[in-house]
Design a protein. Structure first.
Lengths: 350, 350
DNA sequence: CTGAAAGCGCTTACAG
DNA sequence: CTGAAAGCGCTTACAG
């Protein structure tokens, strides 16, 4: 008794063909819904497949056809809801098109990312969607995946210069415009001392968001104090821990544009700990609009990127590329929308 | 110019063999690190593989060897951090053992789950890890996957009775003991009117948690008022919306054991909206210990299940099963730990 | 409308 | 230590 697992013998096309007294080719045609097969034969074959519990072996078919029905998806941080939603969107859109997602998670480690890519590429996916670990070098990625499958990079640029001929598509958020919009709104609300809080300054998204922040301040004629840009790891925990850095500045800020929602939520806790009242005497904005943003205390003003939709978009871009490898590579930058909630009060009289 | 994608011709073992003047078999032995191959030959072959950018085709190898190096992972709700962490843990442990994760997400839809399972099974995974959508029927699952791959079900039982011979392993949390521990603790803190809040009463995990809650009340000699068990969808939003149901009861409760953290966080918001102060004049407990639990306002007393560790555990259980299909099926129930935080104050004098 | 044969990229006995 | 041959489960011309 093997507990219901028929490890020993798998049912193949041959078994069905033999049982029906037809050739393998005929069974194959039935599977592929070819109109060439006589209706009676088709019915007999289909009944037999059901009876024997036949399961199509797509790997074998793909090998013969020299095609692939898988796409590799490598995610830097599944525990961040932004990326988890993105992954769900990718999987959803791929499923609709008959593709299966090969998942890999790098946990923000470039070494693990290399390893994961190397392992996934051996399954010869039709393409790769990579949400890169921080500081992923383009040469590293090329070494891991070669040039066999089209690559779509999400969210963060790869560092370094690609070797000639190594190309990839990019899907990202309009970080600069988003941060600029948030900062402008704070200015409209009367804030004049506004900090940029959190994120690693050397990550491409943080750099871009800082630029947007500076754009808005510049346009308002407010000089930029480099000390008002505070670096933290982009996590709730770190953002919480470093909140006091905001008040080490001579004239303390009344508002902070945060690198992302995780940082903003962490900062709000830190502010509360320090006796401040975010949403009352201090304004905070985030980035991403993760589900918790709307439900925080106070609800967080943030920039919506709809990660699930971005996932679907990434899947579609990649499949388009796989179908037309010679077309020019694209860099798609998605606008983000300012969603105002209670975390951004008017500036108070000092 | 094809943009660096060599869609046309893939490098195979044959190309390497020809270039080195050896047979395919020899190259294959080099790949598999056989000591039979002369060191010089090995070096020549390895150099040639690097030069031509050879990528091993694991699907072809698996086909020939009649083995599988993939595992299917089907998740009901990736946007819930509990399941996202679980998925990350599964992927991590599988990666270590050289397996690749085939991802599928059902978004809590049994229909989509059927479809996803049907598609994944065609890739002949070595096994399937299923975190089922609510109300997944065991017969449905069997229909989709047959009996070809071992199945590990996580977190929720399947509904219905399995057909004779259809068996699966189960990994779940000790829901009953967990809810009992939380309720007991509230009793120790002096609470006497305690509600059970949230969740769908017909889900196995909710049923079990309600039983644990009733166990504790029963042991304390407190009669159970069925109206003190309030049903909501297990989401933050719904939990928030129905908070007032707690105060429709004659003698309003001073504490609520919540179905899970999402519900508890939602309820705390709802309480605040109603002018209550969770953590001060009302006690709330959760279940899961998602990252937000510790960072909520107030931080949430909850039951820790360490979903990432559960993911690793699920992967290991499944691979054990795949190696020993005939062993008796197992049902592993993991204890959960009460983690006390500020959301559970002593009962106040009414 | 159906069948015999070749082949996808690999591995595995079996010779030598 | 290396090669020729067969075969994993499928599909695809090509006959008939």
């Amino acid at each position: 008794m093997d507990g219901g697992l028929e490890k020993s013998r798998r049912i193949t096309l041959n078994d069905i063909a033999r049982a029906c007294g037809v050739s393998r080719a005929t069974v194959s045609l039935v599977l592929r819904r070819s109109p060439l097969v006589h209706a009676d034969t088709r019915r007999r074959v289909e009944a037999e497949m059901l009876r024997q519990g036949y399961v199509y072996n797509r790997a074998a078919a793909n090998l013969r056809q020299r095609v692939s029905t898988t796409v590799a998806l490598v995610i830097n941080d599944l525990s961040n809801p932004f990326f988890a939603e993105f992954a769900a969107g990718v999987d959803e859109a791929l499923g609709v098109k008959g593709y299966v997602t090969l998942l890999g998670s790098s946990n923000e480690s470039p070494a693990r990312q290399r390893q994961v890519l190397g392992s996934l590429i051996e399954h010869h996916p039709a393409g790769i969607i990579l949400s890169p670990a921080e500081n992923s070098d383009v040469a590293d990625v090329e070494l891991a995946i070669g040039r066999h499958a089209p690559l779509l990079v999400f969210n963060r640029k790869l560092t370094g210069t690609p070797a000639p001929g190594f190309e990839y598509d990019f899907l990202g958020l309009d970080n600069r415009a988003g941060a600029r919009a948030a900062t402008k709104r704070l200015l409209e609300l009367g804030h004049r001392r506004i900090a940029f809080y959190g994120g690693h300054a050397d990550s491409s998204s943080c750099r871009e968001r800082r630029l947007g922040y500076q754009d808005a301040l510049g346009e308002a004629g407010i000089p930029i104090d480099p000390r008002s840009m505070i670096e933290t790891a982009p996590t709730r925990l770190e953002a919480n821990a470093h909140a006091d850095a905001l008040f080490a500045i001579d004239a303390a800020p009344t508002a902070a544009v945060c690198y992302n929602d995780a940082v903003a939520l962490g900062l709000m806790l830190g502010l509360t700990r320090l006796g401040r009242h975010p949403g009352v005497d201090f304004a905070v904005t985030g980035f991403d609009d993760i589900p918790e943003a709307a439900l925080g205390v106070p609800p967080l003003t943030t920039l919506s990127a709809d990660p699930r939709a971005r996932g679907r978009q990434a899947a579609e871009l990649l499949l388009q590329r796989a179908a037309a490898p010679s077309l020019l590579r694209r860099s798609v930058v998605v606008p983000v929308l300012l969603t105002e909630r209670e975390s951004t009060p008017h500036a108070l009289r000092a």
